[in-house]
Design a protein around this ligand. Structure first.
Ligand code: NDP
Length: 268
């Protein structure tokens, strides 16, 4: 039988760590498969490309998570609820879609103890699936975003939402965890919210998290200056990859077995 082939679809995709992560796990676990990257320019061609490349499964990154959702024949209930798919597995000619970003994120923040209230800075695509999974896990999630527009759908789902202008100061309550869910700090050295708001919420937080990985963002620098425990987006990336690998391998290995090999991608 031919070796099973997996890939990441995105645009751009050259920077992705996923091929390294999955190939380290396939090799370490002696699982006969390999993982490559494919720059997909037109999201509407996702299904056609999947089959023409003879793939068994894919991960999907920016900007194709909504196209990935539309391409699936069968959706996992959570992926269906949040409308975003980042993992697809082919079984008997049908595409099965899952969202592993949100459970990966939940696992990453579960490592902080005694957290009840969470403030999201940002309300984009990543905030959507992660806010829902955190709410289901019992956290009280509030969203603070630069523009009002993106907050509408969160408001409709019962979340507390604020723009920079409507955020109350002085703060009526504190937030145990403050999370940068924006792309501020990714390419430019910008903070995700006005300094006066961050100076009000960070000192009262138990910890701060950034979804950006591979660099210390201005937000994490500021949190460290307040001596707060911090975490960047590396664990989220690793954990979504491990959960995707569980689907790719038909749950043949435990989370910890996969982690042993996949986490080496962050030390190379
Ligand atoms: P989206 O484009 O869907 O949303 C971007 C969000 O960031 C919006 O809320 C936007 O606010 C806000 N924003 C952008 N620039 C600024 C700024 N300068 N100041 C304040 N707010 C800003 O992005 P995604 O949700 O897809 O991605 C968000 C981040 O998550 C990215 O940095 C991405 O790299 C990271 N990520 C990390 C993962 C991991 O595994 N670690 C996985 C997936 C994503 P507005 O509405 O006002 O425009």
């Amino acid at each position: 039988m031919a070796k099973a082939l997996f890939a990441i679809f995105g645009d751009p995709v050259s920077h992705s760590k996923s091929p390294l992560m999955h190939n380290l796990a396939f090799k370490g676990l002696d699982h006969d498969a390999c993982y490559t990257r494919y720059r997909l320019e037109e999201g509407s061609k996702l299904k056609e490309k999947f089959f023409s490349l003879g793939l068994k499964g894919i991960n999907i990154t920016v900007p194709h998570k909504t196209h990935a959702y539309a391409a699936c024949d069968v959706l996992d209930p959570f992926a269906k609820k949040v409308g975003a798919v980042n993992t697809i597995v082919e079984k008997e000619g049908k595409l099965y879609g899952y969202n592993t970003d949100a459970p990966g994120f939940l696992r990453a923040i579960s490592e902080f103890e005694n957290i009840n209230t969470v403030l999201f800075l940002g309300a984009g695509g990543t905030a959507q699936s992660t806010a829902v999974i955190l709410k289901e896990a019992g956290y009280a999630v509030t969203l603070l975003n630069r523009s009002a527009e993106r907050l509408e759908k969160f408001k409709a789902q019962g979340f507390s939402t604020f723009t920079f202008e409507s955020f109350p100061t002085p703060l009526p309550s504190s937030y145990d965890l403050v999370i940068n869910m924006t792309s501020a700090g990714l390419e430019e050295e910008t903070l995700p919210a006005p300094r006066n708001i961050l100076d009000a919420v960070i000192p009262r937080a138990k910890a701060c998290v950034d979804v950006i990985y591979g660099k210390e963002t201005p937000f994490l620098k500021l949190a460290k200056s307040y001596k707060k425990p911090v975490k960047d987006g590396s664990d989220m990336l690793l954990y979504q990859g491990i959960i995707a690998f569980e689907y790719f391998s038909g749950n043949r290995y435990t989370f910890e077995q996969i982690k042993t090999y996949m986490e080496k991608a962050f030390t190379l």
